[in-house]
Write a protein that binds this ligand. Structure first.
Ligand SMILES: [Ca+2]
Length: 158
């Protein structure tokens, strides 16, 4: 019985790994229905957006509190600042997702943020803010998070 149970556990673990690798490309991390890539290089916000698009993705745009909280907590693993795809560069204090220009649905501002007015129009998950949102100058160099949809491979995910 013990061996049979161990076999079932091994099979389940293998299935879990298979689903995980089927959903996102190597080096990307899955959370719910999206894959995320946390960069190691630092770039200005606009360049970071361009790099994401090269990989058929975009700067991360948290749509729910769960997604926002995942990004905030995961950004703290490397204890670094990361760009996300939110800015108010088109209209002051109107914070929008950069891919579709819709007003943000959730927010994770750190206390006192945003505070940069027209000087700071792009959003990072701030290392000094425990990963919470800060508005900063878009020309600053930070790491960044790209997001892509989970891909269905072999019909495993559905
Ligand atoms: Ca700020």
């Amino acid at each position: 019985m013990t061996n049979k149970f161990a076999f079932v556990v091994v099979v389940l673990v293998c299935m879990t790994i298979q689903v995980y690798s089927a959903g996102c490309h190597v080096g990307w991390i899955q959370f719910q229905n999206k894959c995320y890539w946390f960069s190691h290089d630092s770039r200005p916000w606009g360049e970071a957006e361009g790099i994401c698009s090269v990989f058929h993705s975009k700067l991360a745009e948290p749509m729910t509190d769960a997604e926002s909280n995942f990004l905030i907590s995961h950004s703290q693993i490397q204890s670094s600042d990361y760009w996300i795809g939110i800015s108010d560069m088109i209209e002051e204090d109107r914070w929008i997702y950069s891919s579709n220009q819709n007003v943000i649905q959730v927010h994770g501002w750190y206390q006192g943020e945003p505070n940069g007015h027209t000087e700071e129009n792009c959003v990072i998950l701030g290392r000094g803010a425990h990963g919470k949102w800060m508005d900063v100058r878009c020309g600053n160099n930070y790491r960044f998070i790209c997001e892509a949809e989970v891909e269905e491979i072999d019909g495993i995910l559905g």
